[in-house]
Design a protein around this ligand. Structure first.
Ligand SMILES: Cc1cc2nc3c(=O)[nH]c(=O)nc-3n(C[C@H](O)[C@H](O)[C@H](O)COP(=O)(O)OP(=O)(O)OC[C@H]3O[C@@H](n4cnc5c(N)ncnc54)[C@H](O)[C@@H]3O)c2cc1C
Length: 437
């Protein structure tokens, strides 16, 4: 019998567990440890609440957990509650799948003014992550700025623009839908340092903006390259740029909210009297290597909410080598130290889709198998040793059965048309274990 501890229950953690199950069958025991009492990482708290079909992938992870050889160990934070060195004494392999939950810092003057929030915080707020449920972002408007040209920036802009009715069927948290319903924001500027051919937005997400009930996307036709240049783009990008061309060509609809794509626009400062009031933006141009360079021309966009969607970082964990420049654990093809591995966003940084984590998880299991070779089991104790340590420390661990009870309680308290109303406090999650059947 071999024992694997996986730290983090997002997609990367679950694909690794699934691969281990398939590779070793009953010869393996896997513990998936998460700092939250509930599983699934960004599937629960990152993927947009109005994209329920994407979230449905968690059913696959559920199947992994329903087998005896995989166990969920929730409400245990690796670092403060149990260290990596301790896990290494109990498990034959430890796999870090902790994601990249921290925002990259917006390093400009005024970047820390009240009203400036990272997308991890803003997304966590509308998705009911306990760490961000109390964010209370300023929504009085009329202007908001979203910095970034990826899909997260699009999610944020769309959520700010939707009407209450458009959230029907979503699991956006009640505190967020109530606050957004009274939002005074009528202009969301989406800033990108480069141009339409350099976006990292996918066609489906962009296309959605063209069908919003009360908001119209606006693109300045002058920002678009010659249409012939689109032929050089790969097909997905070409579709995305086609959407931008449609937005640029559309007549004004008179909808009350606009989503202004502001390309060639680099934020250089945020100003205001004790809080964000305006973003100072420098017009940019592309150099020969398609890098953005400032032109010296600046202008101000009034905004008291600024959401920076410029990437994420993995927080370091004591004893784990870390690449500070890239904000992730140092590794060679997922190997960190003997017996210690990393997968998912904690390995690659914040890029790719949910599915990108699958080959990552399957790949690391192959590397673990190579490293174990034909050697006899290391004689490590696995589960009983962790349970003993956590009991000594008085940890209040949640099991997968507990999660199922929490989930049933969340489903039962959902507003009409919504699949669930998440608990946003850890203590409420823990209490729900005993409240539902
Ligand atoms: C806003 C947003 C929207 C997205 N939308 C989509 C989409 O629509 N479609 C798509 O394909 N992809 C989407 N993605 C990307 C997708 O969510 C990621 O590819 C994926 O979640 C990364 O998986 P992961 O397992 O590496 O990290 P995560 O999903 O972040 O999981 C990490 C887990 O580790 C736990 N953890 C962290 N630190 C510790 C610790 N010290 N101890 C114990 N546990 C810990 C966390 O609680 C979490 O459960 C989106 C990402 C974001 C940010």
């Amino acid at each position: 019998m071999r024992h694997i501890a996986i730290v983090g229950s997002g997609p990367a953690g679950y694909y690794t567990a699934e691969a281990a199950q398939k590779r070793w069958g009953d010869g393996i025991r896997v513990d998936i440890i998460d700092r939250l009492p509930v599983p699934y990482g960004l599937i629960r708290s990152g993927v947009a609440p109005d994209h329920q079909s994407i979230k449905a992938v968690y059913r696959r992870y559920e199947a992994v957990n329903l087998a005896d050889n995989v166990r969920f160990v929730g409400n245990v934070c690796v670092g403060p509650d149990v260290t990596i060195a301790e896990l290494a004494t109990m498990y034959d392999a430890v796999v870090l799948a902790t994601g990249a939950p921290h925002d990259r810092k917006l390093d400009i003057p005024g970047g820390d003014l009240p009203g400036v929030v990272g997308s991890a915080a803003f997304v966590g707020w509308y998705n009911g992550h306990p760490e961000f449920a109390d964010l209370d972002p300023p929504l009085s408007g009329p202007g908001a700025v979203v910095i970034g040209n990826g899909n997260v920036a699009l999610d944020v802009a769309r959520i700010l623009a939707k009407s209450r009715a458009e959230f029907h069927g979503s699991d956006i948290s009640n505190h967020a839908i109530d606050a957004l319903e009274h939002s005074g924001i009528v202009r969301v500027s989406i800033l990108g340092r480069r141009g339409p051919h350099q976006i990292a937005m996918t066609p489906k997400e962009l296309g959605e903006l063209g069908h919003l009930e009360r908001a119209q996307p606006l693109v300045d036709p002058a920002d678009l390259p010659e249409v012939e240049a689109d032929a050089l783009l790969e097909p997905g990008m070409r579709k995305s740029v086609t959407h931008l061309r449609e937005f640029a060509a559309a007549d004004a609809t008179g909808k009350p909210v606009t989503l202004d794509f502001d390309f060639f626009a680099a934020p250089v400062a945020i100003e205001g009297d004790g809080r964000a009031e305006r973003v100072i933006v420098e017009r940019t141009a592309l150099d020969r290597d398609l890098r953005s360079v400032g032109t010296g021309e600046t202008y101000a966009i009034p905004a008291n909410l600024v959401v920076s969607a410029i990437g994420y970082q993995t927080p370091p964990i004591e004893g784990v080598p870390y690449e500070h420049g890239r904000g992730r654990f140092a590794n060679v093809e997922g190997r960190v130290l003997p017996g210690l591995y990393v997968v998912g966003w904690a390995r690659r940084g914040p890029s790719g889709t949910i599915g990108t984590n699958r080959p990552d998880g399957y790949g690391i299991v192959e590397r673990i198998a190579e490293d174990w070779g034909d050697a006899a089991s290391g004689g490590k104790k696995g589960r009983p040793a962790l349970d003993e340590l956590l009991a000594q420390r008085g940890a209040d661990v949640t099991t997968f059965r507990d999660w199922q009870k929490i989930e049933a309680a969340e489903n039962a308290r959902a507003r009409e048309g919504s699949p669930r109303e998440k608990f946003v406090r850890v203590e409420d999650m823990l209490a729900a274990r005993t409240q539902s059947p």
